[in-house]
Design a protein around this ligand. Sequence first.
Ligand code: GAL
Length: 366
Amino acid sequence: MKTRIGLVVLSLFLSLLIGISLGNRHSGASSGKDAKDTGVVIGLSMDTLQEARWQADRDIFVARAEELGASVLVQSANSDDTRQMQDIQSLISNRVDVLVIVPHNGKAMARAVKLAHEAGIPVIAYDRLINDSELDLYISFNNILVGELQAQFLVQHLPKNRPARIVRLYGAKTDHNSFLFKQGQDNVLQPLIDAGDIIVLHEDWAENWKPENAKKITNAAITRHGTDFDAILSSNDGMAGGAIQALREEGIAGKILVTGQDAELVACQRIVAGQQAMSIYKPIRNLATQAAEYAVKLARGKPVIVRDSMFNGLIDVPSVLLDVITVTRDNIRETVIADGFHSYEDVYRSIPASQRPPRLHSQEHP
Ligand code: GAL
């Protein structure tokens, strides 16, 4: 009898010990509230930190996750698929509770989703869709709307008295978003192209969204067609920067309409200086914060109910598609500056004080 009681006490003591050790498996998570006891660990695998936006995505995501008592293991693959697969395999072997992936190549990462699910780990695709897989959640902006707003801006500002001549710069072919941006642009442009009102002189895809590749495409367009064209429909700011460099070399920067996306600081500075016509502001704070919240929910096995879905070639992935805003010289104070995405000083840094528009009331004397 005594030995049996002894055994019961011993097993109770052991299970307590195991319980505590499991709880601390992922500790070392940073400071803060009791919630941390959940010990949720999120694996965040990023394609790149090349564009300024991705650094902001990472920082806001990690901060919100830690507020919720979780910790985040971050990996960046420098646009290398093999490296990203290795990153994900190491996060899986670290037994993270949920994986959040910004895929370099949406198709290549289908296998990563399979591996994660075999290990019982749910997967969220962040900003870019992962194709042909049983994804648990896709969270991004309304990327077709991005393309539509870029093209609508262009159409409003192109000459109407003759066919307009444009160059089109698409993003990386490995990135599903590039096709969504193009689809949105086509939704607006195709009828005008069919009617002969718009002529696409030159178009191409920039590998890895690299500005230098966008510059090369713009150089090729100028070599073939000269500088007699009206606009460059660039899918993001990084590429717009490369294209504008090519225009500067021809002395025509500011004379050709150039679009963009991401409202990067350098792009906002180009916009107020008249070298870039517009960008698309995507409030990253909304995306990164909500993604962290969904990640913690999935990690805790909580149901995630969302309104949208997107077909990824295999399933209709439950999706969250956030709103975006067109940014021009006329509304930059009311949008990116009012939102605190960039400061008034930073945006107008290269503009003499006498030529700057006044601060909005809410922005006086920060
Ligand atoms: C896209 C993203 C854009 C852009 C690009 C380059 O997927 O939605 O914001 O920056 O990647 O990284």
